[in-house]
Design a protein around this ligand. Structure first.
Ligand code: ZN
Length: 199
């Protein structure tokens, strides 16, 4: 089938198609939308894309994505520094924050243990987590997905942290096994925090 689009338009569609959840139809719709925008709005879109790449970095304490270091959560003195919630990635941190069920600090591992994908414990920020436990942390809450990788990571951390005398809990799930925290609604996540059990 011959390509009906001009080359530059096709190139835009191809770039948009690389984005998660964007199929050929959506990419085409977005491309037409971008084309219809006034120049100033396209410039502003380009600027925000460049800015996000330039400014976003990892918080030196919790490894959340941030544009200020330490991040807003780590520097919020109203939060409880004695409770540390361990999550796989910034997406999960956002999910917990949105539920409003946790008022302590976070530690973002940067993934989960997954031997099939070549992710061993050494690929995660576990050394950094252990370092933080020396600063008076009383409870570590493991908030990883109820998947094989999430359970394996949770088990690994629990074996590592328990001997240090820090209370370690795993959030309960009102979710089916294999579910993604990121898709859990606020009520479900709040319940899973309330129902967390010592491991
Ligand atoms: Zn932080």
């Amino acid at each position: 089938m011959p390509n009906a689009y001009a080359d530059s338009f096709q190139k835009l569609i191809d770039e948009l198609k690389k984005m998660p959840g964007v199929g050929p139809k959506s990419a085409q719709r977005l491309a037409f939308y971008i084309l219809s925008l006034p120049n100033a709005e396209v410039q502003s879109l380009i600027k925000s894309l460049i800015e996000v790449k330039e400014k976003m970095k990892y918080c030196g304490s919790c490894y959340n994505l941030t544009d200020v270091d330490p991040c807003k959560i780590c520097s919020d003195s109203s939060r409880d520094p004695h409770a540390l919630c361990v999550v796989a990635d910034p997406k999960d941190l956002i999910a917990v924050e949105r539920s409003g069920s946790f008022k302590g600090l976070y530690h973002v591992l940067g993934g989960l243990i997954s031997p099939l994908d070549g992710m061993g414990p050494e690929s995660l920020r576990i050394k950094e987590l252990l370092g933080r436990l020396r600063n008076g942390v009383k409870e570590v809450i493991l908030a990883t997905n109820p998947t094989t990788e999430g359970e394996a990571t949770s088990m690994y951390l629990s074996n590592l942290i328990k001997p240090l005398g820090v209370k370690i809990t795993r959030i309960a799930y009102g979710l089916p096994v294999g579910a993604d925290m990121d898709y859990a609604d606020e009520v479900t996540l709040t319940k899973s925090f309330e129902g967390r059990r010592e491991v």
